[in-house]
Design a binder for this molecule. Structure first.
Ligand SMILES: OC[C@H]1O[C@H](O[C@H]2[C@H](O)[C@@H](O)[C@H](O)O[C@@H]2CO)[C@H](O)[C@@H](O)[C@@H]1O
Length: 350
């Protein structure tokens, strides 16, 4: 196992460092201090090359010249908070709004906008990069000061675990982070050979601002139905891009993965595990209007829906819904969220 570090570039006058974790199989996970971005997930190919399974950019400015949150860490709260406000214990909290009067993905000054401090560690469980920041309530507009930590760990089973934790100070706050990594496991610039299975029977109903109404819709026999492996591009085409919160890890679902994404052509496969009750699946339908070209595009413009984000989190807008789970982080307490993405290859051709 090895850990490499080098300067990736500068953003807003600050140095951005790339940290690369390499396991004994030659699998590499690279992260950037800016946005605690998951920059690369590169796996060895038979011809000696490495294949990056993420949508990535060569330069740091490219990550910040579009609004798709490419591979960024998202927090304090992923998804939308209706009306950029909430009431808790008789107190009204106003948050900064950044979309239609709502707060999306931690607002305008969320985790993705910070250049994180880092350290590294090697243990028998794997190699890690540990990002940390003290976040003052004046920085992001959420109540309370937290010490936030994001740890990426790669082990020799080719599993990447991302652990997000927040140690809270003297005021209750909200905590529901996620990872906005986009995957494309294939050698194509689209998802046509991708299949996905999601361990879920229902998705959240949303209004025209993508705020959940509180209702859970059954997905049987709709394009959103991924209970069995189903082609991703076909579903995406039918619904004009996925932006859908799946209810996962419900009672009786045991320890099954929340999702498996595989590329039928190459056999590459990612298994997603999470300890949270939501999985937001997002394909960027508007990406072809935004002058974006990923490293894998070799100078060609990106295609819409070229990748797919599998965002583990508590269900969006949980603070306004009784049955979406608890995202309140009480004062002087700590909460950790854990998601993992394991790489392997399709074993049984079915
Ligand atoms: O402005 C960029 C896009 O912002 C939204 O997309 C987000 C989506 O709604 C979330 O569920 C997902 O987690 O993150 C997406 C990117 O931030 C808009 O819905 C989309 O239309 C915009 O293109």
């Amino acid at each position: 196992m090895d850990i490499l570090q080098h300067t990736f570039g500068r953003y807003q006058n600050e140095k951005v460092t790339e940290i690369t974790l390499v396991n004994d199989n030659g699998v590499e996970v690279s992260c950037l201090t800016m946005g605690a971005i998951w920059h690369r997930f590169a796996v060895p190919e038979n011809d000696g090359t490495k294949k990056n399974l993420l949508l990535s950019f060569d330069g740091i400015d490219d990550y910040y010249s579009n609004n798709q949150n490419i591979c960024k860490s998202i927090g304090r709260v992923a998804g939308r908070i209706k009306g950029a406000s909430y009431d808790l214990d008789g107190k009204h909290y106003q948050l900064p709004a950044n979309e239609n009067g709502n707060t999306l993905h931690g607002g305008p000054n969320g985790f993705s906008t910070l250049n994180w401090n880092y350290s590294t560690s090697i243990s028998k469980n794997g190699i890690s990069v540990i990002f940390q920041r003290k976040i003052d309530e004046t920085m992001d507009g959420f109540p309370g000061n937290i010490l936030a930590t994001i740890i990426y760990t790669l082990n020799n089973n080719n599993r990447v675990t991302i652990a997000y934790s927040a140690m809270n100070g003297k005021e209750d706050t909200l905590f529901n982070p996620t990872c906005h990594a986009y995957f494309n496991l294939s050698d194509r610039h689209d998802l046509t050979t991708h299949e996905m299975q999601i361990n879920s029977t229902g998705i959240l109903d949303v209004n025209d601002q993508l705020i959940p109404t509180g209702e859970v819709l059954p997905i049987a026999n709709t394009p959103y139905d991924f209970r069995d492996f189903s082609n991703v591009a076909l579903a995406v085409g039918k619904v004009h891009g996925l932006d859908t919160a799946y209810v996962v890890n419900g009672p009786g679902q045991g320890t099954k993965p929340v999702a498996i994404l595989r590329d039928r052509e190459s056999g590459r496969q990612i298994t997603v595990n999470s300890d949270r009750n939501g999985l937001v699946v997002y394909t960027p339908e508007e990406i072809d209007d935004q002058n974006i070209s990923f490293s894998r595009d070799h100078g060609e413009p990106a295609n819409k829906n070229e990748g797919i984000a599998l965002e583990c989190q508590m269900l969006p807008d949980a603070i306004h819904q009784d049955n979406f789970g608890d995202i309140v982080l009480p004062r002087y307490s700590k909460q950790t969220y854990r998601f993992s993405f394991t790489y392997d290859r399709i074993k049984n051709e079915d």
